[in-house]
Ligand binder design. Sequence first.
Ligand SMILES: Nc1ncnc2c1ncn2[C@@H]1O[C@H](COP(=O)(O)OP(=O)(O)OP(=O)(O)O)[C@@H](O)[C@H]1O
Length: 263
Amino acid sequence: MTEAGALLVSGLAVGYGRRMVARDLTLPPLAPGEVTALVGPNAAGKSTILKALAGLVPAEGSIRLGDVDLRALSRGKRAELVGFMPQTLPSSSDLTVLEGMMAALRAGAAPAGHGALEERAVAALDSLEVGPLALKTFAELSGGQRQIASLAQAVARRPRLLLLDEPTSALDLARQHQVMALARAYAREGRIVVAVLHDLALAASWADRMVVLSEGRLHAFGRPDEALTPGTLATVYGVEARVERCSRGRLQVIVDGLIGGAA
Ligand SMILES: Nc1ncnc2c1ncn2[C@@H]1O[C@H](COP(=O)(O)OP(=O)(O)OP(=O)(O)O)[C@@H](O)[C@H]1O
């Protein structure tokens, strides 16, 4: 698959000082129109790789969005194309949600007028049904509200590539559904969404593809039913697990125990 506008990552090397998290990581092309779930055990390198794609940590290798070399872009131009929602969210900011969103939007390469930016910020909050949060400070929000506000900030610029680091970890069931539905609708407009998720059932329900990482290496890739196999779960997570379809066709992962350990 080499679809126009795909995210193409090859030979990616990223780490912290001498500690390499990924050395020579090449991913299959991630196509516009699709949600890709990036999964794997704790410390597999998922967040670091997402930050490398966003240009937030130094990396070597090739990161292209179609024919655009993302690593060659200025910070502002890259931020126009790539939206990033971090795993760790600000909790002490005195800025209101709207002020924070406006500041992020203004940091782009081609800022629009104040009114147009405010319209975009408000539209992003409304799309997640959290318009009333606009005038609250981040410090006043609950953990889940902070997560939703942070997602709205990442989406507001309408980037071609949207990177979400555990976007549902603090959310209740209804909000999880809402966020994943938004991610899917956003992708269907011809954009690329990559989301780090720990909940494999949620990932299998909403993602078109899954990338399974282990120790900074690609272990499996494909549709959820191709990527999530008992063999992969055993090797990558060290669990004895079954992958079954429930009556509505959704994949379920049932963990029977740890490999070599007590159930
Ligand atoms: N700022 C940092 N400085 C040094 N090492 C780091 C830093 N951030 C992460 N690491 C290390 O990089 C490795 C990968 O971490 P990363 O956060 O990318 O993993 P992850 O797959 O996202 O994990 P989790 O699922 O637990 O969030 C870990 O060994 C971690 O200790």
